[in-house]
Design a protein around this ligand. Structure first.
Ligand SMILES: [Zn+2]
Length: 299
């Protein structure tokens, strides 16, 4: 695979110019509107859990419960939540498919995939490399996964493994909850200590984000799903948005997103500004570094 790659410094601005097409402006607006509709629908979703109406992420810790019945209930509950919006989600995706294909055609591409690779500034690899990667995962990774699942089944002493058996600790330990529901202040405080121990410059960025109250980490009703960072170049700030519920994995997500923030702070003065328009592959370098620091230095 590596032998077929070639590298050239692309002109990212010229790339944007070559993709630009006036007819696509309205289509992009429609795509953004549909994407927002989907996010809104997911954020509004509430589920019945133990007699209470709660946002979807509140059920996640139960997928790690040592009680198999609770895990099954949580799995069914999350499944019902997906089902409740399945038709509406399908409809949005069907409409997006048509709009995106039209955008690609307007810009002179035969498919949205080819258009999207260019839009994502992926100049030195294409979908054929993705298929090669899929084949490699099938060949080398799936057998390892099968072995791990067999080990899990044996450790849990089950005759068959169900989808709701994949999150529980195989040694029978309760899920590791690192802060009480809603108490993201203690998550922030603890994370600050980790970052301070790693590097003083990164810690100063962390303090800036924290002091500007740009860490919105707790799950709540009507909150958009997922976790991500947002940068604000005009104010030279960055924020983290997430739906934390107290799980240990919340810390990993926070360090990942803070990695993106640190990347932004370290690169925000690079000139000309267009050079800051890095690809998502480059952006994930910053976030994965945030996670790796935790794994190497703190655990
Ligand atoms: Zn990321």
């Amino acid at each position: 695979m590596a032998g077929s790659l070639s590298f050239t410094w692309p002109n990212t601005q010229m790339n944007e110019v070559s993709l630009f097409c006036k007819e696509n402006i309205e289509l992009q607006k429609e795509i953004d509107k549909l994407s927002n509709e989907l996010t809104e629908m997911q954020g509004k979703l509430m589920v019945e859990w133990m007699g209470e109406s709660v946002p979807v992420p509140a059920v996640y810790p139960n997928m790690k419960s040592t009680d198999r019945e609770i895990r099954k209930k949580a799995f069914d509950c999350l499944g019902k939540a997906d089902e409740a919006i399945a038709d509406a989600t399908d409809e949005i995706f069907d409409r997006l498919l048509v709009l995106r294909h039209q955008m690609a055609k307007n810009s002179g591409f035969e498919s949205y995939t080819k258009y999207r690779f260019k839009e994502m500034m992926r100049f030195d690899w294409d979908e054929t490399h993705c298929f090669e990667f899929h084949a490699a995962v099938r060949k080398y990774i799936l057998p390892i996964k099968d072995k791990l699942l067999a080990k899990r089944k044996e450790s849990l002493k089950y005759s068959s493994l169900k989808p709701y058996d994949l999150g529980v600790d195989i040694y029978g330990r309760e899920p590791l909850m690192i802060y009480k529901k809603g108490d993201t202040e203690s998550l922030i405080e603890g994370t600050g200590k980790i970052i301070k121990a790693i590097d003083s410059e990164l810690y100063s960025y962390f303090c800036t984000i924290k002091e500007n109250k740009l860490l919105d980490l707790a799950s709540r009703e009507n909150k958009a799903p997922g976790g991500y960072m947002v940068m604000y170049p005009v104010f030279e700030q960055a924020s983290v948005f997430y739906n934390g519920v107290g799980l240990a994995s919340d810390l990993m997500v926070l360090l990942h997103e803070l990695g993106h923030c640190f990347h932004y702070f370290l690169g925000k003065d690079v000139a000309p500004y267009s050079l800051q328009n890095w690809t998502s592959e480059v952006a994930e370098g910053g976030s994965m570094t945030g996670e790796t620091h935790l794994n190497l230095n703190q655990l």
